[in-house]
Design a protein around this ligand. Structure first.
Ligand SMILES: [Mg+2]
Length: 186
């Protein structure tokens, strides 16, 4: 009998983490997966990883683009990943501007908690990966471990100020760290 791998949840930020950061991206034809994302996510999925995306899209609240535009970008990204056999089970975004003081905008844990609920995965087996301090704080606020990836805005974040559980130079490094954590007994 082969042992089934432990199911775990990885919640990714979108811009600067899975796809190239282009301020207020609203055109699906401009979606570009970041290097290393495909092999890293394939590896995580093989080991039992399930995926969600949680993205702040304040461009909607600021009136720069519509909810449909944001959805079209997500659909395009999911199609590019899907062509590589990678499934994003849930994709959430917060449409509000910071001054709206909503309940969903990261660093609030709302979208991350929803991802855990929708996939049935506990915080102990959940990870947040993002390129901004607000991603790291959202992970902390949801009780899960957080990884700062040094792509997108992550290149500019002072690693010492991030309070991340791990600083990853790349998505490949983030995936390896997550797999180490999952394999550790207890
Ligand atoms: Mg980002």
């Amino acid at each position: 009998m082969t042992e089934r791998p432990q199911k775990f949840l990885v919640i990714f930020d979108r811009d600067g983490t899975l796809i190239t950061e282009k301020d207020y991206l609203s055109d699906p034809t401009e979606v570009e997966l970041l290097p290393e994302v495909v092999p890293a996510l394939q590896r995580l999925a093989q080991q039992g990883g399930v995926f969600a995306v949680a993205s702040n899209q304040s461009g909607i609240g600021r009136g720069y683009f519509s909810t449909d535009d944001a959805r079209a970008v997500n659909v395009r990204m999911q199609r590019l990943l899907g062509e590589q056999g990678i499934e994003i089970m849930h994709s959430y975004f917060c449409p509000h501007a910071p001054e709206d003081d909503c309940r969903c905008r990261k660093p609030k844990p709302f979208m991350l908690e929803k991802a855990m609920k929708d996939t049935g995965v506990e915080p102990l087996f959940s990870f947040m990966v993002g390129d901004k301090i607000s991603d790291i704080e959202a992970g902390k606020n949801a009780g899960m471990r957080s990884i700062l990836v040094q792509t997108g805005y992550g290149k500019k974040v002072d690693p010492g100020s991030a309070k991340a559980d791990f600083i990853a130079v790349s998505m490949a490094a983030a995936a390896e760290w997550i797999l180490d954590m999952i394999k550790k007994p207890g």
